[in-house]
Design a protein around this ligand. Structure first.
Ligand SMILES: Nc1ncnc2c1ncn2[C@@H]1O[C@H](COP(=O)(O)OP(=O)(O)OP(=O)(O)O)[C@@H](O)[C@H]1O
Length: 312
């Protein structure tokens, strides 16, 4: 295996077969996976349900033993669980104690890592503020919404200040604002030099934050590479410009035709629904009480009661 400080995860022919009670072959969940993940990158593990993503993470955490092949994580065999002191893990379903509050939960996990009381107190305070649970720090987790549970899950995964963080579906159950915050935290972790490995079915989120991805299907690696390279459409050139007159646009059309090119589109770009949603919510927070009813010219007029309410 490579002796390279930059390689944080290295899997060679990593395979897992789940057997049934009688020891007969049951499911080939992972088939000879070869993979390297580098320091300081956000790596996305994608694939349909049952393609082997969670199995891969569990093998890398040493929670499962491989049937064949091997993996090195942070320079140590994946099966060596002492390396997990430098790893954070947010499972798909957070296994948290419902009757503990946020502080007690983080204190519990801090103790598991033998973090001294002073450092624990300081870190818990910092993390609770970071994931914006300051107002809910004394509330039991059974009262938490899905989004709050995801956020305390992230704080728990960071309690040991890990170098490598595994996040299984980090944005599931979060609203667009919670999703944006989670993505910003993930980007911040990379800025701090940490390595993040995430699984997600939400491809827009993966595209937004991941540097490289691997796509698994039926336990096999089908694609591996940089997101921007994989998504680049080689034979199309996109130009974006502001302030073009109609004459100028016509000239551009002529130039493209003269050079035997095919004009695919020349139009005003649209923003994303995420951008629109976030700008409306931020605007509403900045100017509470302001209500807008925008009339779609195609739709029938709103009834008079709705209009007078909106103008109130
Ligand atoms: N403990 C187990 N015993 C037997 N089969 C298992 C076990 N865990 C997973 N499998 C099987 O291994 C395959 C891969 O499962 P895995 O959970 O790794 O997929 P996944 O990509 O994480 O799926 P999802 O997106 O649904 O979380 C599936 O066919 C699954 O049924």
């Amino acid at each position: 295996m490579a002796d390279n400080d930059n390689v944080v995860v290295e899997a060679r022919a990593l395979s897992k077969v789940y057997r049934d009670f009688w020891g007969r072959q049951k499911v080939r969940a992972l088939k000879a996976l070869d993979l390297e993940i580098y320091k300081g990158e956000i790596f996305g593990l994608l694939g349909p349900n049952g393609s082997g993503k969670t199995t891969t993470i569990k093998l890398l955490l040493g929670l499962l033993f491989p049937t064949e092949g091997e993996a090195l994580v942070l320079g140590q065999p994946a099966t060596n669980v002492t390396k997990n002191e430098r790893i954070g893990y947010l499972p798909e379903e957070s296994y948290l104690y419902r009757f503990l509050n946020a502080e007690e939960t983080l204190d519990f996990y801090g103790r598991l890592f033998n973090i001294s009381p002073d450092v624990r107190r300081e870190r818990i305070d910092k993390l609770i503020k970071q994931v914006k649970l300051g107002d809910a720090r004394k509330r039991q987790l059974r009262e938490y919404s899905k989004g709050m549970t995801r956020r305390i899950g992230l704080a728990q995964a960071l309690i040991n200040e890990p170098d490598l963080i595994f996040l299984d579906e980090p944005t599931s159950g979060l609203d667009p604002i919670g999703t944006r915050e989670m993505k910003d935290w993930i980007l911040e972790l990379r800025d701090q030099g940490k390595t993040v490995v995430m699984c997600s079915h939400l491809l827009a989120d993966v595209q937004d934050v991941c540097d490289r991805i691997a796509i698994l299907h039926q336990g096999e690696l089908k694609e591996l590479g940089r997101v921007d390279d994989l998504l680049k459409v080689e034979d199309v050139t996109q130009v974006s410009a502001r302030g073009l007159s109609q004459d100028c646009q016509n000239e551009i059309r002529d130039v493209i035709a003269r050079h035997n090119g095919e004009l695919l589109s020349m139009e005003n770009p649209t923003t994303t629904l995420e951008e629109l949603f976030l700008s409306i919510v931020r605007d509403s927070e900045a100017r509470p009480g302001r209500r807008v009813v925008k009339q779609d010219p195609e739709s029938p007029p709103a009834d008079s009661a709705a209009s007078s309410d909106a103008n109130a």
